[in-house]
Ligand binder design. Sequence first.
Ligand SMILES: Nc1ncnc2c1ncn2[C@@H]1O[C@H](COP(=O)(O)OP(=O)(O)OP(=O)(O)O)[C@@H](O)[C@H]1O
Ligand SMILES: [Mg+2]
Length: 215
Amino acid sequence: MIITIAHTKGGVGKSLISFHLAVALKAAVIDLDFQQTIIINNEMRKNNGSKGIGVLQTRSLEDLVKLRDHNLKNRDTKEEKTFIIDVGGFDSDVNRVAIAIADIIIVPANDKTNDIIGLHQFQKIIKEIDEATGTKLKPKLLINNVSPTTKDFISLDTFVEKNQNFSIMKSVLRTRADYYKTLETGTGITELKESKAKKEFKKLIKEIKKEAKNG
Ligand SMILES: Nc1ncnc2c1ncn2[C@@H]1O[C@H](COP(=O)(O)OP(=O)(O)OP(=O)(O)O)[C@@H](O)[C@H]1O
Ligand SMILES: [Mg+2]
């Protein structure tokens, strides 16, 4: 399974979500982010005595296509691996391929005005990929880094109403201090004993697994 965490807008939580998903799913990360956030998080993790996650770095379209072919050939066998692709916050051919080959596209999103503007830009890119490949991609918005008390995300609902290839995931990741604390040690959020952030993240994993089954 290939899970691509994508958004052309920077700072929405792609690397953070990729890292914690990789720890929880024992998956490897393909790091397309120039800032190498995952690599640094992983170094901190190893320095702290935990087993590092697998991180692959490539800028090559061919590598991504090979990865997709490997997984297609080995679908539903032990050889099939889970890869998380952390796409950098910019548009490029490699990033578009990472989106095109995904089994699940997760788009971290927020209901702030600038984030909605960013989503409209991202939707244009999705449309162009659809046109170029003859597919109909179905990105999933993952509401992330929102206040612990906000219940309604009307601007995101409106966006999805107008762009029905997008849907909103049921899980919501809220702004939680545990994400800062765990990054210092490279601990996965799901490795904590008890925390609200962990509870929310486990719900997300359940939803992804269900999606992969039905997919
Ligand atoms: N749910 C959350 N709770 C607390 N902090 C968060 C949450 N989500 C993201 N952040 C913080 O927001 C900042 C940006 O996150 P991150 O680096 O993952 O974004 P990104 O989308 O990968 O950015 P870029 O496009 O620049 O690679 C980080 O400091 C991260 O710790
Ligand atoms: Mg990043």
